[in-house]
Design a protein around this ligand. Structure first.
Ligand code: 13P
Ligand code: SF4
Length: 324
């Protein structure tokens, strides 16, 4: 690999215009005993070549179980980092190192540690959308799929800090009647949905059910017919009797919804300040087939976690897996 091809965070090597990327990726993955994991928010062509597609909980389970030597993670950095924490002996690759997460960034470890010191009698539950350093400060991790069930398993008199997503934390408080201390973080994608535009769509398609991810703001959750994690929304949409849905989460999931229920109509909920009809996570969408190919070829960029942080971060993730 030429030095000049290494860009900030990914390899940018010229490739033949007639190269069949799908075939080449599959060939390399076979030769190197690599597994390709992709989150539901990836572009459709990446979802279609992945060995395993899932939400953040499914993917961390699969990373913990895989027999592959290499895990190529088409998702954001905290997800690939979680895979490395659970499978330290594997090589974990991410096609774009800049695939971050605004929610994870809204919880800096130094400020969080200070906050924890002010509340020493609280159990610390953090959403997996955090850095390894935050996980290392936590007692239990959760994802949007298991957050409600994990909180319900904690004795009622136990005080809890929940971080970093304020919308998910407040939603759990409202569903359980608990009074968790909620960190003031948010996801730029899920906070961007426009209630006004969603209600206009509902007017246009009165039969459509509104379904939303719990990272959305409260007014959107209130008008929704169903609230759930990415995979819960997918399951609901395929099992429910309605035939059309306004979907308030990252638009990548619509690909699997349409595949599972080709006869149904899925309308992406629009964001506030954009003429765009749907809402994409710019970090998730940094990955491309070309970057996946070059990452497998050069086995770079690799995700690493300092061993002392990894050991501390593994405990709350394992606890989550046991409680799920
Ligand atoms: P899931 O837990 O539903 O996969 O969500 C991950 C995420 O990044 C939501 O924005
Ligand atoms: Fe993070 Fe939001 Fe993107 Fe999910 S959609 S990865 S929470 S920025």
């Amino acid at each position: 690999m030429k030095e000049s091809w290494i860009k900030k965070g990914f390899v940018d090597e010229p490739i033949a215009s007639n190269l069949n990327l799908v075939e080449e990726i599959k060939k390399l993955a076979r030769e190197k005993n690599a597994v390709i994991l992709a989150h539901y928010y990836q572009q459709s062509d990446i979802q279609d070549i992945a060995d395993i597609i899932g939400d953040s909980l499914d993917l961390s389970r699969k990373a913990a179980e895989t027999q592959a030597d290499i895990i190529l993670f088409a998702g954001v950095h905290f997800m690939a980092e979680t895979a490395k924490i659970l499978a330290p002996e594997k090589k974990v690759l991410i096609p774009e190192q800049n695939a971050g997460c605004s929610l994870a960034d809204s919880c800096p470890p130094d400020l969080f540690e200070e906050f924890l010191q002010q509340h020493p009698d609280h159990l610390v539950v953090t959403y997996v959308n955090t850095s390894a350093a935050i996980k290392a400060l936590s007692d239990i991790c959760c994802t949007s799929t298991n957050a409600l069930s994990i909180i319900k398993q904690i004795p009622e008199d136990q005080k809890i800090i929940f971080a970093p997503d304020r919308n998910l934390g407040n939603y759990i408080n409202s569903m359980t009647g608990r009074d968790m201390l909620v960190w003031d973080g948010a996801c730029h994608v899920h906070e961007e949905f426009s209630l006004e535009k969603i209600l206009e769509l509902k007017n246009e398609y009165p039969e459509a059910k509104i379904i939303a991810h719990p990272e959305c703001q409260k007014p959107i959750l209130i008008v929704s017919d169903f609230v759930g994690s990415t995979s819960a929304l997918l399951r609901f949409a395929s099992q429910d009797a309605a035939t059309s849905y306004i979907v308030a989460t990252e638009s990548g999931i619509l690909h699997q919804m349409r595949k599972a229920s080709p006869a149904k109509t899925f309308i992406p909920a629009p964001p506030k300040d954009s003429t765009c009809a749907c809402n994409d996570c710019s970090f998730m969408k940094l990955h491309t087939l070309k970057k996946i190919y070059l990452t497998l070829l050069h086995e770079w960029p690799e995700v690493t976690v300092e061993e002392d942080i990894r050991i501390r971060a593994e405990k709350p993730i394992r606890r989550m897996l046991e409680m799920s």
